[in-house]
Write a protein that binds this ligand. Structure first.
Ligand SMILES: CC(C)(COP(=O)(O)OP(=O)(O)OC[C@H]1O[C@@H](n2cnc3c(N)ncnc32)[C@H](O)[C@@H]1OP(=O)(O)O)[C@@H](O)C(=O)NCCC(=O)NCCS
Length: 169
């Protein structure tokens, strides 16, 4: 089925697959915070990628208050989507990336819908995201999933009320 995805919590079993996709098909700046390391997917940056994800293995109630999921399509890891507890109770922030070859096929919107289901199951009432106006893909995915968008210059703040999420089909 086009656009079908499954989410699996990121753990040691899928971390190397996730790193392989990131290194082959994504820019470091799209998938991890900046680190002091030689440019590109150097050994130091690969290790920092692993540590960045390991820090969230404990999920929403762990030190980073973040649950990261590998996005799987056709059984293959194609990207990552996360939710992080915000200070406001019942609100989670999300962010995601896909490898370049997986973009533009509806997988981003499908993954966000799955994330919204997971957020609702975790007791959230709203999911928010921050992006920029020039990120047309991200803005479209958020709109498709029922987000209310607030623009401030180049910045776009999206808010999805989970009661108002359109059905996932
Ligand atoms: C943002 C991202 C996750 C979008 O996922 P995607 O799977 O490519 O998006 P989808 O295929 O589900 O597209 C959903 C809608 O957005 C549109 N869209 C996707 N990419 C687009 C682009 N670059 N420009 C314009 N529209 C775009 C699609 O046409 C589709 O609209 P439609 O249903 O009306 O045809 C993906 O492009 C990505 O990983 N980008 C790099 C990392 C990133 O920017 N993450 C977000 C940070 S805020």
């Amino acid at each position: 089925m086009a656009g079908a995805v499954r989410l699996e919590p990121v753990d040691e079993r899928n971390l190397e697959s996730l790193l392989s996709v990131a290194a082959a098909e994504a820019e470091p700046g799209d998938v991890m915070p900046p680190v002091e390391a030689p440019a590109g997917w150097s050994l130091a940056r690969r290790e920092a990628f692993r540590e960045f994800h390991r820090a969230s293995f404990a999920g929403l109630d762990g030190p980073t208050r973040t649950r990261m999921y590998a996005i799987l399509s056709g059984g293959e890891v194609v990207g990552m989507i996360r939710m992080s507890r915000c200070d406001e109770p019942g609100v989670a922030e999300t962010g995601m990336w896909l490898g370049a070859s997986a973009r533009g096929q509806g997988l981003g919107a499908a993954a966000l819908r799955e994330l919204l289901n997971a957020a609702a199951a975790a007791g959230m009432r709203a999911v928010v995201a921050d992006t920029t106006r020039d990120n047309a893909g991200a803005v479209q995915v958020l709109k498709k999933c029922g987000a209310k968008l607030l623009e401030d210059g180049d910045k776009v703040h999206a808010e999805i009320c989970l009661d108002a999420t359109p059905p996932a089909f």
